[in-house]
Design a protein around this ligand. Sequence first.
Ligand SMILES: [Zn+2]
Length: 348
Amino acid sequence: MDRRHLLLVLLAAACSSGDASSRRPAGTDSANGAVAEGRTPSMSGGAAAPTADTGGTASANATTGGGAAANLQGRIPVLEYHVIGGDKNTLYTRTAASYRNDLEQAYKLGFRPITITQLLDKNFRDVPAGMSPVVVVFDDASDSQFRYLEQNGKLVVDPTSALGIWEDFAKSHPGWKPRAVFCMLNGGAAGHNFFGDSPKFNGQKREWRFPKVKYLADQGHELCDHTLWHMKLSQYPDAAVQEQIARNAMGIDSAVPGYRIRTMALPYGLWPKNRQLAWQGSWTDPKTKQTHSYKFDAVLEVSGGPTRSPYDPQFNPKSITRIEAIGDDIVKSLTRLQQSNTRMVVGK
Ligand SMILES: [Zn+2]
């Protein structure tokens, strides 16, 4: 790998916006903003919302935070994780215990996971009536998110990786389906290459990369473009921006031929100078002379608080805001959304 790229990704390794001072207040403010402007008292009331469902849901799943009246225009939390592991929480590392606790709290509060694709398609079938959707996104494709272990000649998901914890959690939490979103790199440094590209990254083998990506898609998780090596798209010419995005899409297509990528996540939350190139563009491989095009429906920002519902007239799929897993921000945001009745609640 190009040394310059290596350095950039080592420095980055995560998706933060470059300006820490602008990040945290944004998330906090937006969450508060949702309380103020979220919805009318009884129901969302907008033209796009179907009839309020106030009968019958109240009794359902009261112990798990469900049972609220439908609120189709309420906010949807889109959570953002980087590295899972270590022994203390930092900006881009969340301990396994904190991550698991986030899932536990989300479950208790009546949230159930859906993908961005489902959100775009207004497909809330995986969320029981009276409950709320949550989107869980993992950025950067480190081995901490998806590790394999070799056991008696078989590959098993490492139960201490983010995916392993998710799968274990699902066994004891009915309705927690395999609907996470993985925004991956396929040429990042430090093993940020489809979840580890060398045994020095916790024993991960290069040949496991594509099978891992395929496994995620087969399970029902969503695959998302996060560029080749986490380029600051704002600092490069149009051609380089398109190469970064197209080559990540090509990597995903190599792992899962024909997979339709709907979502991309901006590294560091930085937009290219020509914004549209984040979701649509093409790159011609100078070796093969082949042109590779991409076109996505959704772009994920780094921060900004709970995002708007697709039933909200102001919903902008090209700017889906997220909540970073920093400190207690996730549990606080989820709790606030539930207590203030500003979250989206699925009707019958
Ligand atoms: Zn990132």
